[in-house]
Design a protein around this ligand. Sequence first.
Ligand code: FES
Length: 112
Amino acid sequence: MIQITFLTNQGKVATAPENSNLLRVSLREQGGIPFKCGGGLCGTCKCRIESGREHTDDIKAKERKLISADELEEGYRLACQTFVQGDIAVSWEPRTPARSGSATAAAESGAG
Ligand code: FES
């Protein structure tokens, strides 16, 4: 078994079999990584492998489409496309809570 630490979720630790899909572990153990499509298309599950990057599998073509080369360098991955063979720690941008008021939403979506 391997250990996955969900840093953005108060450092919650989950165990999983080797070669588990990161998003699936997050879903099963309520790790909290955001997602939408589960198929490498939307980019919602973008996260950063903070430690144990050597325990993740190769970057997929879908990830190269949605994550810049610089960010890939820094350890960013799509959780739904990442399989984990050893202990890792992962963080991600917390989703901003939904707010009422379209002016705020418009302002926020404008900033690339
Ligand atoms: S959930 Fe859509 S790319 Fe991973």
